[in-house]
Design a protein around this ligand. Structure first.
Ligand SMILES: NC(=O)c1ccc[n+]([C@@H]2O[C@H](COP(=O)([O-])OP(=O)(O)OC[C@H]3O[C@@H](n4cnc5c(N)ncnc54)[C@H](OP(=O)(O)O)[C@@H]3O)[C@@H](O)[C@H]2O)c1
Length: 250
């Protein structure tokens, strides 16, 4: 299902909502953090690089949007204990969570499966699949306290149609699609809606790494796509559950 990126919203569209974004420091995560805060949400900005997290935090505050919360955490090394602590911090400070956006990810490398580097395979699976699984598991109780919650998994076209040489990244996105669909069925009778989203091509570091020869200026900026994330966190999208969503290049 296609989702328009041409969504206009007011500054109280997400008022009072608490939304956690992973990889909030740069790329698409930075763009959605700015729009979610602009729409009135308190964003819990999770990322591993404190310097760039603080830079994005300053941008949000300087723009006069709702002040976010910084949550430094490296998803590669994080253990269930870290996620339990995060759940405790969320519940102690906010009493509930309204949105969980699994945006952070790494591209791994372009290589045939036959030769794929084992260490990089494990790292990609840890960051792209195991971390979202553990984070979701820990935060379901907090999401259950919201009367209208969302879990959104950032996916990719290579997680829906296999493409040679995309290796651990493609396989990790297939796993994310499975996790999203399974959760949507298990949580069907709750207030939590779960969907996956292929944002298509965006002008970010990940895209540049995957396609070093292309002219990046031809790709849409993450800022032009992020209004759709506000829509997907708002009550306007409450009918969507268990969907494989794709951002429309409109
Ligand atoms: N760009 C595209 O064209 C495109 C297309 C399809 C799907 N996607 C998906 O969209 C999402 C965002 O992609 P993007 O293009 O914005 O990528 P990006 O520019 O490479 O940003 C990736 C983000 O993930 C974070 N991250 C990576 N490893 C981490 C770790 N161990 N712990 C915590 N954070 C970590 C990065 O933080 P650091 O700054 O610390 O590295 C960064 O904030 C990804 O899930 C990607 O698969 C993107």
């Amino acid at each position: 299902m296609n989702i328009s990126t041409n969504y206009t919203f007011t500054d109280d569209e997400l008022k009072g909502k608490v939304i956690l974004v992973t990889g909030a420091n740069r790329g698409f995560g930075r763009a959605m953090t700015l729009d979610l805060a602009k729409a009135g949400a308190t964003v819990i900005m999770l990322g591993r690089d404190l310097g760039s997290l603080e830079t994005t935090y300053d941008e949000v505050v300087d723009a006069g949007f709702v002040e976010p919360i910084l949550y430094p955490l490296d998803l590669e090394g994080a253990t269930p204990e870290h996620y339990e602590q995060l759940q405790k911090d969320v519940l102690d400070n906010f009493g509930q969570l309204d949105g969980l956006i699994h945006n952070a990810g790494i591209i791994g490398t372009m290589m045939p499966i036959e030769q794929y580097d084992l260490k990089l395979w494990y790292a990609t699976m840890q960051i792209n699949v195991n971390a979202p699984f553990m984070l979701t598991q820990a935060l379901i109780p907090a999401l259950n306290k919201s009367d209208d919650a969302r879990i959104l998994f950032l996916s990719s076209s290579v997680g829906r149609h296999a493409r040679a040489y995309w290796g651990a990244y493609g396989v990790s996105k297939f796993a994310i699609e499975g996790l999203s669909k399974t959760l949507s069925e298990e949580l069907e009778k709750t207030n939590i809606k779960t969907n996956s989203l292929d944002p298509r091509r965006m002008r970010t570091k990940m895209r540049q790494t995957a396609y070093p020869a292309e002219n990046a200026d031809n790709n849409p900026t993450p800022e032009s796509m992020s209004p759709a994330i506000v829509y997907l966190m708002s009550k306007q999208s409450s009918a969507l559950n268990g969907e494989q969503l794709t951002l429309a290049l409109d």
